[in-house]
Design a protein around this ligand. Sequence first.
Ligand SMILES: Nc1ncnc2c1ncn2[C@@H]1O[C@H](COP(=O)(O)OP(=O)(O)OP(=O)(O)O)[C@@H](O)[C@H]1O
Length: 343
Amino acid sequence: MEQEHSDEAIRTEGISKHYEQVKAVRGINITVNKGELFGLLGPNGAGKSTLIGILATMLRPTEGTARVWGHDIRNEPTEVRMSIGVVFQGTTLDQKLTGRENLDIHGRLYGLGKKERHKRIHEVLKLVELNDWADEVVQKYSGGMMRRLEIARGLMHHPNVLFLDEPTLGLDPQTRNHIWEYIKKLNQEKNITMILTTHYMEEADMLCNRIAIIDHGEIIAEGTPQELKAELGGDIITLNFSNEDEATKMVEHYKNHNNHNPDTNEISTTGTSIRITATDGERTIPELMKISTDLNLHIESVSLRKPTLDDVFLHHTGKNIRYSGPDDRKRRRGIRRMSRNAR
Ligand SMILES: Nc1ncnc2c1ncn2[C@@H]1O[C@H](COP(=O)(O)OP(=O)(O)OP(=O)(O)O)[C@@H](O)[C@H]1O
């Protein structure tokens, strides 16, 4: 199989996971190529962690299977585990041990000898710039440093593929940027294939070569961030009116009279604002202004921008990706859930 698809790091075939009534993951087919930084983007509860748990052999799929670095997740879980590193959503570091001790335990679990552990601890700490902190207890580390140590730990046994579940969840914007730099560096310089889950669209946009957008357990769109945004066809115009009636009137008029306009692709309304996708936004705005003047409607503000991945999500699902991340309680629950379901 590895020979047949030698460029593939991961291939899933119809992966589903059901928890009684809940269909957490439904028939997922994705391929991740070696060396890619692949993103699973979706709102909370979309099924991202479940899919990572299945690929990391911590959860058993209800249906379907997958190959990770050429190994079948159902029949060769040990080989899969030796090929991967996992950085969980919530911290699983031992706070009372030093950074070095945390890494040493991980090295022992993976059967690395004393000399090799010593060498590797130095290498991975250097990668995430934590060598100066090696002998401090983890409870003295900041949130960003802990995340870096977790990334270092995930790399201890030279994995080919690294899974990162919401790697910047709960971090401040500056620390988030810092973590992005490490992720990019590891992917580009060390050529590690990475699969990260995120509900931050800018994170997926900034970091990933390719993404799959997931909602209610299904992949709803897949491609490079540029391809996905280009599919929306052009610019996003937002018009704000003083009241909802005016916004509704504008949309109705536009739908009745301008459907033939080849420049506009989509029009929708939320409260007092209207959102229009147009091939040539700059040419469409004066037309919209004229219509509103003819109808005696008062536009309070107009904006023109390029589409974001949130617009892509809205286009496919009719809703926005929620920004609120799960709180710490939920993150801890997630980790307990994973261990409960581990075989
Ligand atoms: N052990 C479980 N028992 C029952 N339902 C579960 C279990 N684990 C997950 N689910 C449900 O499966 C769905 C997918 O959850 P999952 O944690 O994979 O989503 P997610 O996209 O990773 O979101 P988040 O980032 O918030 O964890 C959710 O509806 C969740 O409530």
